[in-house]
Design a protein around this ligand. Structure first.
Ligand code: PEP
Ligand code: MN
Length: 337
């Protein structure tokens, strides 16, 4: 339920109504836009009488939200949310480009790739330290040592770190060392992890689950936001379909859908979506054209010998070419790269 206040309502009146609503047992999230003040109500709103609210002379309108996600809903927050990751904005006019290897392998590898992608225009560095692998015998990542190497790459390049968390017990370390905490597709419905991430204020990159509907994905964002952490960036990374030619099927229609339903920024991962390096450029172009706020792309200096996902990793040279191709597309949409 949202309460839209009349333009120019005095703050004291807004506070008074807020306290009355809290006394009725609901949580009130005020959103102060450029010219509107909206009070978003969560909790058991059945106790709130529409007629009582509409009788308040400062209330313009009351609207009910039929979707189960509230804080993630665009009705709660009509303006686009811009998430700030160490000064790099995700969701504004400028597109965010997150690039780097699937996994951190060595100091030389992560620092070298970080330097190259930075020079070619990336804004943030990705690299997995804790890897969710299908096989328990596959490389599981360098774990805490991997985080240390990411920190070295950040020191050398200034690029903020994006890396995946798998377990709630690592939150303290991630909160200290990581700039944008990634929740992978396999953990999108790990509700204990999501709830815990709601208690911190670090930005979260929430990947869409392997077979998650858009509503389930937004409900996972809601889990994080319900705890008070509203710094959520969504990531479409392809979903399971009957098609086996590609690793997943990139759901490009999810981008405009999510933009309509939610105020949260959304980025696209064409690497995991296709599983094929030579498809990454065309789908990255399509993602920007369809309105994504950014991209997360796997880049490796030696894909043939990568410890994880070499087949879908592009070389720095191809990444540089892609950045050039994306520029006019972004410009045509009134955005920057
Ligand atoms: C990754 O980004 O390396 C990854 C494992 O992605 P996803 O969770 O989308 O499969
Ligand atoms: Mn990967």
């Amino acid at each position: 339920m949202v309460v839209i206040m009349k333009r120019g309502t005095a703050q004291a009146e807004i506070d008074k109504l807020t306290n009355e609503l809290i006394a009725k047992g609901v949580e009130v999230s005020p959103v102060v836009g450029t010219d509107l003040v909206i009070l978003g109500l969560v909790g058991d709103t059945t106790k709130i009488d529409d007629n009582w609210l509409e009788a308040n002379r400062n209330v313009e309108r009351v609207q009910h939200i039929s979707e189960p996600f509230k804080k993630a809903n665009r009705m709660f927050h009509p303006e686009d949310t811009v998430v700030d990751v160490c000064g790099q904005k995700i969701g504004g006019k400028r597109l965010a480009v997150i690039a780097g290897p699937c996994s951190v392998e060595s100091e030389e590898q992560i620092c070298g790739i970080a330097q190259e992608v930075k020079e070619l225009g990336a804004n943030l560095l990705r690299g997995g330290a804790f890897k969710p692998r299908t096989s328990p015998y596959a490389f599981q990542g360098l774990k805490y040592q991997g985080l240390e190497l990411l920190k070295k790459a950040k020191e050398k390049t200034g690029l903020p770190i994006v890396t995946e968390i798998m377990a709630p017990h690592d939150i303290e370390v991630f909160e200290r060392d990581v700039d944008l905490i990634q929740v992978g597709a396999r953990n999108m419905q790990n509700f204990d992890l999501l709830r815990e991430l709601g208690h911190i204020r670090k930005p979260i990159l929430l990947k869409r689950g392997l077979s998650a509907t858009i509503e389930e994905w937004l409900m996972s964002a809601e889990y994080i936001m319900a705890g008070g952490n509203e710094n959520v960036v969504l990531c479409e990374r392809g979903i399971r379909t009957f098609e086996t030619y590609t690793r997943n099927t990139l759901d490009l229609s999810a981008i405009p859908a999510v933009k309509k339903l939610s105020h949260l920024p959304v980025v696209v991962d064409p690497s995991h979506a296709t599983g094929k390096w030579w498809m990454v450029e065309s789908l990255a172009r399509a993602a920007v054209a369809v309105g994504a706020d950014g991209l997360i792309i796997e880049v490796h200096n030696d894909p043939a010998n990568a410890l994880c996902d070499g087949q879908q990793s592009i070389k720095p040279k191809v990444f540089g070419e892609l950045m050039e191709q994306l520029r006019p597309i972004a410009q045509a949409l009134g955005r920057e790269l």
